[in-house]
Design a protein around this ligand. Sequence first.
Ligand code: AVJ
Length: 343
Amino acid sequence: MGQVTTGTVVPGGGELDPSALDVEVLLTEADRVALLRAEARRGLTATPKQLPPKWFYDERGSALFESITRQPEYYLTRREREILGAHAAEIARTTQATTLVELGSGSSEKTRLLLDALRDESSLRRFMPFDVCLPAVADAAASLRRDYAGLDIKAVVGDFNEHVRFLPRTLTGGPVLVAFLGSTIGNFDDGERTRFFSALRFVLRPGDWFLLGADLVKAKRRLDAAYNDAAGVTVMFNKNVLRVLNRDLRASFDEELFDHVAAYDPERELVDIRLRARAAHDVKVRGLGLTVHFAAGEEMRTEISVKFRRAGLERALRDAGFSRARWWTDRARDFSLSLWRAK
Ligand code: AVJ
């Protein structure tokens, strides 16, 4: 699978100032395609079929996700911003972080609240946005660089499931704060989540910090609405993975032959997100030398979005070697932000 190579690239062009860009690539474009090939082959030949959610996020997919965060039904981002707005100063005061790492940073928009608070504490030296999408991190780094002069910004392109352990140690010393916001942790199944917390704990030193945004269990009708917005942006987002396969694996998926299906399962406490074939048909995936048959009504899972309870998260993080420092929710108790300390 994708071989890990390290190096510094300067994406050419646009209005980015190349001399100011410092991007560490743990996942090159060639690695990315090799990983996609392996994961697509496995998922498309499995029963039931499934695809990992990270493949939504090419440039278009990242933009569609940003648009989801602005939909009225998608409360998550607004709730998390409310909590960050209320407690960023306390997070900065408590952690005195010199390095902020943001996993799955996307546009790094909410991060500004943290960066502002850490700047006010004058502890912060370095910011490392870490994302699977190079254009997303490169843009985020460029725009932050304009607004936070003097901050050492080093973007990292990687798959945080595989590459957290390669997170380079900061040169400046002092406490590290790793932020994992937006309830992206919800994309992991139980095993992946356990492995992720352990891998993260392994790269941290005692006294380092972990800030976690996690969506909470709530009424099914609100969760179903959040993942089936009236404007249909989530439909386009879900189907974007088919475009990624068409482009990068020369596949022949027809978006019109699939329906978006997303429903909260109260037993498993997760939103199950799928694409359902409207009719029986074959799809050629030339890049894999594969023809994939879909039966009429067959569902392919593209994402899970696990919803959390305080007790469950606490147990998982304690087991991984963290102790809890703070637990906050928004006023409606929809979303949680929690701060953990590496033991
Ligand atoms: C980015 C994983 C947090 O699960 O809510 C939004 C992705 N999928 N709508 C989520 C998503 C469909 C989102 N995360």
